[in-house]
Write a protein that binds this ligand. Structure first.
Ligand code: GLN
Length: 213
């Protein structure tokens, strides 16, 4: 069997989008728009063909359960631990976090990011909200901020020493909260870049995949 993540990275990387639950279609469209070949992943054999993986927004507890049902949990966790680049948005961030506060009994995460996240962190008043963010490493985001849409989102409460903070909320009740992080080839956002038409975070991930190939 081909080892997970061993696909050769050419100028057009193949990026898998975990498609068990959540908004995988939006990620596929965004990845294709920035020149990657994007494929839905539901099976271990599909995982073995990708150069990077996106874990979409949705419901982390449901994705966790389905990962086990589809016997993908361990292969995916092992692939990420072995260096498969990964990008999680919202529920995907929760699944990549080493530690989760506010999870349900028995909820597991894949790991990959040495962070603690809090599920549904923003509270009732700001259950869903939108704001503009400057994101480190994103082209001209000082002049053209990233418009971030949060939907029952997590935030990051603690980061390990190897974790780079890419963005924090700038104003309002959640000011200062960390909402985008990167550790080596793994990145995550509390918000949903896949639904705004701003492709810069997907471009950043495709660049990470290409650079690590
Ligand atoms: N609240 C969801 C969870 O805990 C995440 C919401 C989202 O992905 N939009 O998984």
């Amino acid at each position: 069997m081909t080892p997970v993540g061993s696909a050769t990275v050419t100028s057009q990387p193949t990026i898998g989008v975990l498609a068990l639950q959540g908004d995988s279609r939006e990620h596929v469209a965004a990845l294709e728009a920035v020149g990657a070949a994007a494929v839905p992943v539901r099976r271990e054999r599909e995982l073995s063909r990708v150069d990077g993986i996106v874990i979409p927004g949705g419901e982390s507890t449901t994705i966790d359960k389905l990962l086990r049902v589809f016997e993908l949990f361990d292969p995916l966790a092992q692939a990420i631990a072995a260096g498969l680049p990964a990008f999680g948005s919202c529920a995907g961030m929760i699944l990549l976090a080493a530690r989760v506060h506010g999870g349900i009994e028995g909820q597991r995460s894949l790991g990959g990011l040495d962070v603690t996240v809090r599920r549904n962190a923003f509270g009732r008043q700001v259950d869903s909200f939108e704001t503009d963010l400057v994101v480190a490493g994103i082209d001209d985001s000082d002049e053209r901020p990233v418009h971030a849409v949060f939907i029952r989102a997590p935030w990051v409460e603690e980061v390990g020493p190897a974790v780079q903070v890419l963005a924090a909320v700038e104003a309002g009740p959640a000011a200062g909260r960390i909402v985008a992080v990167r550790e080596r080839g793994v990145m995550a956002t509390s918000f949903h870049p896949e639904i705004t038409g701003d492709l810069r975070l997907h471009r950043m991930f495709v660049q990470i995949v290409t650079d690590r190939g």
